[in-house]
Design a protein around this ligand. Structure first.
Ligand code: FAD
Length: 299
């Protein structure tokens, strides 16, 4: 049984902001409800007001503008994003994250905004978006803030959102065409499983000297209190000439940066070991894909 609450379903962002201004911390936002409804049933949260945002059309959809910048509405469902990425041949890490999130039914309801705002360290779309240096637009009555996704998460379940704020847009800066991407999720099963550990990598070779690494982003899930970037490993790789030993060393560094715990899914030792292997494999795969774009495989 869910405790008695007042239900509101605003028809515009303006109306939603006015409800946020009026009720603030007594209000909880409902998007797809795949996390929130579970929490309501388990009574881990008991808000006085629920604001269902499904009708806010201005917060749906995805597009890439003429300058190559991507805009994702937080209400875009995981299924919708997956299909969009397939049909547009773009955002490989995000597509793979969406393909492996939950079940068919969950993907049809779950939104990308809910996946981020829930603040879980295992959020699949979070690590994909971290490799794109995604930014968030957050609104409160009469106010707007921009937050780098990398600074959004703070502690398990914690995000940089005030009670009167709502996530209204996710933006992806223009990505370099010659990048390679790789996304790995380790779970108990191949489907319907929360990550024991997850890795997303985006790597770009130097245009003029394609054996050198121009840029690399490595994001990890389920191995720290928040979805995180392995920044020491990234800094170590940038500017270097690629090599199998180099990638192994970077994978070791990333495993060292992770702060896994032992829980019902796995021990911290197993998680750290798997992160090392997964980062190494993801670097090789992403580099190979990038090099293929130069018409030159690693073989
Ligand atoms: C069976 C099952 C399997 C799952 N498997 C996975 C999995 O494999 N990988 C994974 O990453 N997740 C998984 N999840 C978790 C969940 O489906 C995702 O986190 C989902 O994306 C949450 O989105 P939602 O729209 O349902 O959010 P909701 O449940 O509606 O909301 C989640 C939280 O975000 C807040 N919120 C939502 N939208 C906004 C917004 N625009 N602005 C501010 N706050 C907002 C809500 O207030 C709430 O606190 C699973 C869940 C279930 C039930």
């Amino acid at each position: 049984m869910i405790a008695k609450t007042e239900y509101h379903r605003p028809q515009s962002l303006t109306a939603a902001l006015s409800l946020l201004g009026k009720y603030g911390k007594d209000l909880k936002i409902l998007a797809g409800g795949t996390n929130l409804v579970v929490n309501l049933k388990e009574k881990t949260i008991q808000p006085k007001i629920i604001m269902d945002i499904k009708d806010l059309a201005e917060m749906s959809g995805i597009k890439i503008d003429d300058n190559g910048e991507g805009f994702i509405g937080p209400l875009a469902t995981v299924s919708f994003i997956k299909s969009w990425c397939i049909s547009h041949g773009s955002y490989d890490n995000l597509r793979t994250a969406c393909q492996h999130l939950g079940s068919f039914q969950v993907r049809n309801r779950a939104t990308v905004g809910g996946n981020l705002c829930d603040g879980s360290p295992c959020a699949d779309t979070a690590i994909a978006l971290l490799t794109y240096d995604a930014k968030l637009v957050v609104n409160a009555p009469g106010q707007e803030r921009n937050i780098a996704l990398d600074h959004f998460f703070n502690g398990i379940g914690g995000v940089d959102l005030r009670p009167d704020e709502i996530l209204t847009q996710i933006t992806i800066p223009k990505l370099i065409e010659s990048r390679g991407e790789a996304f790995y999720k380790l779970g108990y099963r191949k489907a319907m499983t929360i990550a024991i550990a997850g890795v997303a990598v985006l790597i770009t070779p130097e245009q003029t000297s394609p054996e050198r690494i121009k840029d690399v982003r490595i994001a990890l899930s389920s191995v720290a209190p928040i979805p995180m970037r392995a920044q020491k490993a990234e800094n170590f790789l940038v500017g270097q000439q690629w090599g199998k030993e180099l990638f192994e060393e970077a994978a070791n560094m990333a495993a060292g940066e992770a702060a896994p715990i032992t829980d019902l899914r796995a021990t911290k030792e197993y998680r750290r070991k798997m992160i090392r292997t997964m980062v190494n494999n993801a670097l090789i795969e992403a580099w190979d894909k990038a090099k293929m774009k130069f018409g030159d495989s690693l073989e």
